[in-house]
Design a protein around this ligand. Structure first.
Ligand code: PEP
Ligand code: MG
Length: 755
């Protein structure tokens, strides 16, 4: 049998030569199986490749009947080979025929062989085929033999992934790697996008598998590990991530894994067996991924996922590209695919060809999604494992309406989507025609439809969307996308441009809302157990007033001679508004004293996002000029349900009776003071929930620009007085019967309201 460490080394050396030879794919495969059989003193070596119809086809064999090549086949799950592909697990058997899964293929003549070693050909944890050796004598293959065969399978995985074997399969069937996939996730931002995959953290494609000198490779691995560890330590120590609990936890786990001796040892063993450092990382990563796929415990799965990310980082270190540069793929239509990303990172990808975003995580109110909506691109999230299933440059369709994606879509799917895109374009034309029409309901009530914004690129939308103004300008976005604190002059310039763009339409600026999920990369902050409930927004502003003072000054200057509406986020107690008012008054006074023009009018409002305000409505309304409901945060706090946690994203419906009663309570409180509220959370832009808001008495709502057309179309068909009467009755009914969502859906359908 194979003699210790020399065996795999010699085999890999042979394979390297075969890979370098100028051969047809079939000849190369035939040579590979011959070498493996020889080296492992096996009587049989065979390669089965997975086709798109879930059949494993015999592609090459040494030892079995040569006539059966491209003839013999097994379905995934059938026989030993099918079992290996289905489970992505190695099978090492002394007597194959005694195994319950054994299926006899008469055309191969394999009945005389007893011992059987089959390994999955893995790529990104997926089995693309199976590699088998067999012997007549009954024996269990040694661990080093198993390792050698698994490593050899990597070579085959590369051959399959590179497309070299395409066309060899039985006519009419494609290979699995080109198999179209459709995956259902969560619809996070509306729209349809067609393009090619750009992986946010591109996988480094390992092409050089075999090393010349194990010592040199081992040193390269050590060096890459050192810089990986330093970069993780830096990220943790720089305080960049201090406010972001979840991110920090992940990094802490990375740090632990980066020092994991078992991991390093396994990679080093692969190098000693003849692989390059990159190939060794990939081999161990591939084993890990296969384990991850089999793992049902979500916690362990998640930890294995972390290992996976770490391996990517290590590969990029080895390739000398630690930060994953953008690919040239951005020259044509592209869709960014990521596990998760920050709002600022998405902006790095923004360009005329960006068509969509696909995330393994993500929730409707997470910041990257809000920014994507501002960019007008569709987002589908909560697609488990999509990063491993997608390859750079794969064709992809993102359906942000249904929350579905299509990877490597068939021609029919592409054609039907092209049709859908045309249909949507027509519908958009219809909405565009509504742009200049006043937002008046069927029963003649005027509604203020405002737009949410935060970046310069939103501004053209103020007019294109037909919005009545900007109901929420998220000033923190400028801070989040910047690499340092924007200077007062830069802030003033942006605010001026916003007011210029809005012309005589009203704009409500929100003062800095940082902390929680809104992290400024350059701002050092403390680690908090519960950042959403922590030192954020107005709390931070009042404790460190220099920041809010300079922002207020910039706003006052930008609005000199014009109207200014200022809104404060995350107010918990009325007295916070009094304190902010003092700061604002002081700045007004200072500017006037130094001869600067101040705004013609100044209105100060509070956002209702913290439930405590619901119980001090009168006090609050006595101390502010207006209020705006931040339903994203209010919902998260009322329901005790983290808005950024994908596991909870679909759990509670914002249209539940309890939450709607809360929203109604706010309207009633505001009516007592003659200060009608606005609502500026994401629910304002969803037609059915917009309908609910109208029924609850909201007459001013602020939403993403793209939602204004659909909401206006709905408004034209709605008799608000009638709806309100019915809805207010409905929300008081006990839980248990028809849900409000069902009620509204029926109501809209019965009254010809487009939703
Ligand atoms: C909200 O909380 O509803 C809101 C509008 O603010 P943000 O989403 O920026 O927290
Ligand atoms: Mg908020």
């Amino acid at each position: 049998m194979m003699d210790g460490a020399a065996g795999p080394r010699t085999l890999l050396k042979r394979l390297r030569e075969v890979m370098a030879e100028d051969l047809s794919a079939q000849d190369r495969l035939d040579k590979i199986v011959k070498h493996i059989a020889q080296n492992m003193v096996a009587e049989v070596c065979s390669v089965y490749v997975l086709r798109s119809d879930a059949v494993l086809e015999l592609f090459a064999t040494e030892g079995l009947n040569p006539q059966s090549v491209h003839e013999a086949s097994l379905r995934v799950g059938q026989g030993l080979v099918g079992t290996i592909a289905a489970t992505a697990r190695t099978l090492n058997l002394e007597d194959a025929q005694a195994h319950p899964a054994f299926a006899y293929l008469p055309e191969t003549g394999e009945e005389i062989y007893h011992s059987f070693l089959g390994v999955p050909i893995l790529r990104s944890g997926r089995a693309l085929g199976v590699l088998v050796v067999q012997n007549q004598t009954k024996r269990i293959y040694r661990e080093d033999e198993v390792e050698a065969l698994e490593t050899t399978a990597m070579v085959l995985a590369e051959m399959i992934a590179s497309g070299e074997l395409e066309g060899l399969e039985k006519q009419g069937a494609g290979l699995d790697l080109s198999r179209p996939l459709s995956l259902q996730g969560a619809a996070l931002a509306d729209g349809i996008g067609l393009g090619h995959v750009v992986l946010h953290e591109p996988r480094v494609v390992v092409t050089n598998l075999f090393n010349e000198d194990a010592e040199i490779e081992s040193q390269r691995l050590q060096k890459a590990l050192r810089s990986l560890r330093i970069s993780i330590d830096d990220m943790l120590d720089s305080g960049q991530v201090a406010t972001d609990g979840e991110h920090r936890e992940v990094l802490e786990a990375y740090r632990m894994f980066a020092y994991d001796r078992g991991w390093v040892r396994r990679m080093d063993e692969q190098i000693q067996n003849g692989l390059t450092a990159e190939a060794a990382v990939e081999k161990v990563q591939s084993d890990n991924r296969a384990r991850m796929m089999r793992q049902s415990d979500p916690y362990l799965r998640e930890r294995l996922h972390d290992f996976d990310d770490l391996a990517y980082r290590l590969l990029r270190e080895l390739a000398g590209r630690p930060h994953g540069p953008l690919s040239d793929a951005l020259d044509h239509d592209y869709v960014v695919v990521a596990r998760n990303m920050g709002a600022a990172e998405l902006l790095d990808y923004n360009g005329p060809n960006l068509r969509g975003l696909v995330l393994e995580e993500g929730t409707p109110t997470s910041h990257v999604v809000i920014v994507a909506r501002a960019l007008g691109i569709p987002v589908v999230g909560q697609l488990h494992n999509v990063v491993s299933l997608a390859e750079n440059n794969n064709a992809i369709i993102v359906d942000g309406e249904e929350g579905e994606i299509f990877l490597r879509p068939s021609e029919e799917v592409e054609a039907s989507y092209a049709e859908k895109v045309r249909f949507r374009a027509k519908r958009r034309e219809v909405y565009e025609k509504l742009t200049d029409k006043a937002a008046v309901s069927k029963d003649g009530q005027s509604i203020q439809l405002l737009m949410n914004a935060g970046l310069l690129m939103d501004l053209p939308n103020v007019h294109q969307s037909g919005a009545d103004g900007i109901g929420l300008f998220r000033t923190e976005l400028q801070f989040m996308v910047s690499s340092r604190f924007p200077r007062p002059g830069e802030q003033e310039e942006l605010y001026s441009k916003v007011l210029d763009a809005a012309g005589d339409k009203p704009v409500t600026f929100r003062t800095l809302d940082v902390g929680g999920d809104k992290v400024l990369p350059y701002m050092k902050s403390l680690h908090e157990e519960n950042p959403a409930l922590g030192w954020r927004a107005v709390r931070l502003a009042l404790d460190r007033p220099a920041l809010i003072r300079s922002q207020v000054r910039a706003l006052l200057r930008a609005a000199s001679g014009r109207h200014l509406r200022l809104m404060v986020p995350m107010v918990t107690e009325t007295r916070e508004m009094t304190q902010v008012r003092e700061i604002v008054n002081r700045e007004v006074e200072l500017l006037s004293r130094f001869g600067h023009r101040v705004p013609i009018s100044l209105q100060l409002g509070a956002m209702i996002e913290v439930p405590s305000l619901l119980f001090q409505m009168d006090d609050l309304l006595n101390s502010v000029d207006f209020v705006s409901v931040g339903s994203n945060d209010l919902f998260q706090f009322i329901m005790a349900s983290d808005r950024a946690n994908p596991k909870l994203a679909k759990r509670f419906d914002p249209l539940n009776r309890g939450f709607l009663r809360v929203l109604r309570h706010i309207v009633v409180g505001c009516e007592r003071h003659g200060k009608p509220p606005t609502l500026c959370g994401e629910i304002a832009g969803k037609p059915l929930s917009a309908l609910a808001l109208l029924g609850l008495g909201y007459r001013s709502v602020s939403m993403a620009g793209a939602a204004i057309g659909p909401v206006k179309a709905l408004l034209f068909e709605t008799d608000i007085a009638r709806l309100q009467e019915r809805l207010l009755e409905e929300i008081q009914k006990p839980y248990g019967g028809q849900t409000i969502r069902e009620f509204l859906t029926d109501y809209a359908a019965a009254n010809g309201i487009p939703y």
